[in-house]
Design a protein. Structure first.
Length: 541
């Protein structure tokens, strides 16, 4: 592992220690419990990834986490957010801020080591994620988790100090009992791991219970059901998007992303190999240009086939300034015909990432971009010519990024154009429009329907990458979702035939009372005339 990886791990552990001490004078533990100020505790922790929301949103998220029954907030240290350039570290400012907010809410940010007694399965946590993107409560999931936390807290003392026994009833039904022989207190979990058959369980003097398949009932005193994972009785809401009346239709300006320099092989540095993309870009941009040239010594053009082995995720290929094709995926092979003219021929490959690997063994070492290739040309059916060891010129990022076209205060405002007919469906375009802040406090989203793939900014603040033209498989969804049984990727699939994301949250802290600016960089070709702003409100079902 890299040194920065271990630095991150140490910072997480240090953050945990600091946050615990901020709310307690003495912290200890044994095999059964965390002991805070002499009191044995069950600690419920939830994650808030603070860079994924604005600092103005943190207090509301922390409050909702506490209201939902959490005792602690755990977080990661996002190193790239705090040190975008070496020795320019702003970590202390952000960490101190969120730790103080947790302290004010009387919460503990614990992670790792003996601090965690047990973990609710990731499957359950993912399916039951309690918040929508804009911070709205995701009901009934938030309420169902809140009830779970409350139910377990009823047995906190005995769960952290009592004896435990398990009785098997057969067919996947078990009764786990925590008991205190001195006081006679009991606390029980009645589980049914059968994936298809519900169970009716008679506990004699402690009552009779219906336990649905693949569920757990919590019995307070072992004689009163206070919770069952499959019995949902909290409010169900849906997120309703309401169009914002802006008075007039959005009026767009546009600018062309200039690529003449890269189409003619002009880069910033060179190497006689195909460099891995993260190594070359240092996270400065999603884009890396690979450029080389080939001499055709004959007097006539030749038919050729370009072959590129890419580690992902998007590749656009140009030969002699002509776009010959694009492809995307993880670890794919690009193969397209091209024409080689007499004399010097320019080959330009634009590699784009859409998010790096974030799980698996040694994920930080996973290659991106061309990463050694190979890149080959097959000319008129002859033996393939391997270009991997050619002199390759490199350029990080887009010219529009260098000119900060995403910033309304960029000094290159003269680049923007207006025309009666807006260019649409064309790649490598920048679009710009203005809008007024909507009234009220409801979360604001921008609907990027009609766009292809690119990046969005409001008042110079990034909303993230978008790709609504990438449509999910139309197969696999159904009208019903069976929660029973172990989780599988194809289980309870939704949103078939739709983009994975179409609406993007615009934090109100990004907006001002006057005119606001939305800027889009369109990589593949889209139509911004369909873009609109909406507010999101929760409505009961």
């Amino acid at each position: 592992m890299s040194s920065s990886y271990w630095t991150e791990i140490l910072l997480i552990l240090n953050l945990s220690f600091v946050c615990l001490l901020s709310s307690a004078t003495q912290v200890d533990y044994d095999a059964n419990a965390i002991i805070i100020n002499g009191e044995r505790r069950v600690i419920f922790s939830g994650a808030i990834h603070y860079p994924r929301s604005t600092s103005q949103m943190w207090p509301d998220l922390i409050r909702k986490a506490k209201d939902g029954g959490l005792d602690a907030i755990e977080t990661y240290i996002f190193w790239n957010a705090h040190e975008p350039q070496r020795h320019q570290n702003e970590m202390q400012i952000f960490i101190t801020k969120i730790v103080n907010m947790c302290k004010e809410a009387n919460l503990f940010a614990p992670q790792g080591g003996p601090i965690i007694l047990a973990q609710i399965e990731n499957e359950y946590g993912n399916i039951m994620g309690p918040y929508k993107e804009a911070g709205n409560l995701n009901q009934p999931k938030w309420g169902h988790l809140k009830q779970l936390h409350e139910a377990i807290k009823l047995g906190e003392k005995i769960l952290t100090s009592g004896n435990v026994t398990t009785k098997q009833f057969g067919n996947g039904v078990n009764l786990t009992t925590y008991s205190n022989t001195t006081s006679g207190e009991r606390f029980c979990f009645l589980s049914n791991t059968n994936t298809s058959q519900d169970a009716n369980v008679d506990l004699q003097q402690d009552g009779k219970y219906f336990v649905p398949a693949w569920s757990v009932s919590i019995l307070h005193g072992c004689n009163k059901e206070v919770y069952n994972t499959a019995k949902v009785n909290t409010e169900t809401t849906v997120m309703v998007k309401k169009p914002i009346e802006l008075g007039t239709k959005l009026s767009w300006m546009w600018a062309q992303e200039t690529i003449r320099d890269t189409l003619h092989g002009k880069g910033r540095f060179n190497a006689t190999k195909l460099i891995e993309q993260k190594e070359a870009t240092s996270d400065e941009s999603d884009y890396l240009w690979y450029m080389t040239s080939i001499e055709n010594m004959g007097k006539s053009s030749h038919n050729a086939t370009l072959y590129v082995k890419s580690s992902g995720q998007v590749l656009h290929a140009y030969v002699n300034s002509k776009h010959i094709g694009s492809q995307f995926g993880y670890d794919f092979e690009f193969k397209q015909p091209a024409i080689l003219r007499p004399g010097k021929n320019f080959l330009t490959l634009l590699s784009a990432t859409v998010g790096l690997q974030n799980y698996g063994e040694f994920f930080d070492l996973g290659p991106e971009g061309l990463a050694g290739g190979p890149v080959e040309l097959n000319v008129d059916g002859m033996a393939s010519l391997n270009l991997s060891s050619n002199i390759w010129n490199y350029k990080v990022g887009l010219n529009g990024e260098a000119k900060r076209l995403y910033d309304p205060n960029s000094p290159h405002a003269h680049i923007w154009k207006t025309s009666k007919k807006l260019p649409i469906g064309k790649p490598m375009k920048w679009y710009k429009t203005s809008f007024k802040i909507p009234p009220g406090t409801s979360p604001v989203v921008v609907d990027l329907q009609g766009m292809g793939k690119g990046h969005a900014w409001v008042n110079g603040n990034s909303l993230g990458r978008y790709w609504p033209s990438q449509i999910a498989d139309t197969n696999g969804c159904s009208d019903t979702c069976d929660y029973r049984g172990e989780y599988k990727p194809e289980k309870c699939v939704t949103n078939c035939g739709n983009p994975s994301q179409r609406w993007y949250h615009v934090p109100r802290s990004f907006l001002n009372d006057g005119t606001n600016t939305l800027i889009l960089f369109e990589e593949m070709g889209g139509n911004p005339s369909h873009v609109s702003f909406q507010t999101v409100v929760a409505a009961a079902v």
